[in-house]
Unconditional design. Structure first.
Length: 328
């Protein structure tokens, strides 16, 4: 048995990206739990969404997540919510990732306990996904979120889509998706302002593993959609790298550049959401560094991927492994 202290990361997505007071309450919910560390907050006004990344011992992380749900149930009314990002509820999705010292099966059991608590104490409809899914057709986030918040009522009586915990409906909160899963990289490829959303959607279909209309795409470990973000005045290819071991960010990015060029469109850079393990960012820069050291590889990755496109990007605060930040 490992003597390593267990560490868990949570990458919780709330459907709020504009009200600073509410966002502050979420951050306080995390930092109020002893042992839980808020690692990063990524807020998008156009998407009307914020991603909170926090980590620590399992008990602390799950308690912090519950406290965020409690704040969301009090402060967010999904009946009034509008945003560019697909969403199903006030806390849209809440994945837990094992960092070290904990088995996936243990993490799954803890998500079940949290789901039951959310349903019983807060009246939230809870869908379990990924490793925690109660049936194969419920593993995929996109399948659960199909129809989004607005489609929940129409699915309420469908026996295949009953919540795992909680009531059928909660009009104010919506529903939530939570579960244990391996690490995922959330990352957006930026297109020039003049590129229309139809081109972004076409590029996403060509890149993502599921492809389009039965024809597989180029990268099996990639999920992607095309969307327009008014906040940036441009479209993006919004990507989830679900198999980071098999998916090189640099290859995806350069392929997107080539495909866009063939359509007369331009890729200007990319945007990382949340944090990234060092090994995957270094791999993106390694082929362009030619024998450089660690920092040179990371700097090369930032340059190759155009991560400074929408604003300054400092890998020292965005790399998950930097200076043992989870243990500091």
């Amino acid at each position: 048995m490992s003597n390593v202290a267990p560490l868990v990361e949570c990458i919780l997505n709330v459907s709020e990206g504009r009200d600073e007071a509410v966002l502050g309450a979420f951050a306080e919910a995390i930092t109020s739990v002893p042992g839980c560390k808020l690692l990063h907050q990524d807020t998008g006004a156009g998407a009307h969404r914020t991603v909170f990344t926090f980590a620590g011992p399992p008990e602390a992380v799950f308690e912090a997540a519950y406290r965020i749900y409690k704040v969301a149930a009090e402060r967010i009314d999904m009946q009034l919510h509008q945003g560019e990002h697909p969403r199903i509820g006030a806390v849209d999705v809440c994945p837990f990732v094992p960092i070290c010292g904990i088995e996936m099966a243990d993490l799954v059991a803890r998500t079940q306990v949290l789901g039951e608590r959310l349903g019983a104490e807060l009246g939230i409809p809870v869908f379990l996904y990924e490793e925690s899914a109660s049936a194969p057709h419920r593993r995929n986030l996109a399948a659960i979120r199909k129809g989004e918040y607005e489609g929940l009522a129409a699915r309420a009586d469908n026996p295949d889509w009953q919540p795992d915990y909680g009531p059928k409906l909660n009009p104010k909160f919506g529903a939530t998706v939570l579960g244990a899963r391996p690490f995922l990289i959330a990352w957006n490829i930026n297109l020039a302002p003049e590129v229309p959303v139809e081109v972004a959607k076409d590029l996403a279909a060509k890149l993502r593993g599921s492809g389009r209309k039965g024809k597989p795409g180029l990268f099996p470990g990639l999920k992607a959609i095309g969307w327009h973000i008014p906040e940036f005045g441009r479209c993006q290819i919004s990507c989830n790298v679900v198999d980071a071991e098999a998916t090189d960010l640099a290859k995806v990015y350069l392929t997107a550049v080539s495909l866009a060029d063939a359509l007369g469109a331009k890729v200007t850079g990319s945007e990382l959401i949340g944090l990234i393990p060092e090994q995957y960012l270094r791999r993106a820069g390694k082929s362009f560094c030619f024998g450089g050291d660690r920092e040179e590889e990371l700097e090369a990755a930032v340059s190759v991927l155009g991560l400074n496109d929408l604003g300054p990007f400092d890998w020292r605060v965005r790399v998950l492994d930097e200076r043992g930040r989870l243990n500091s």
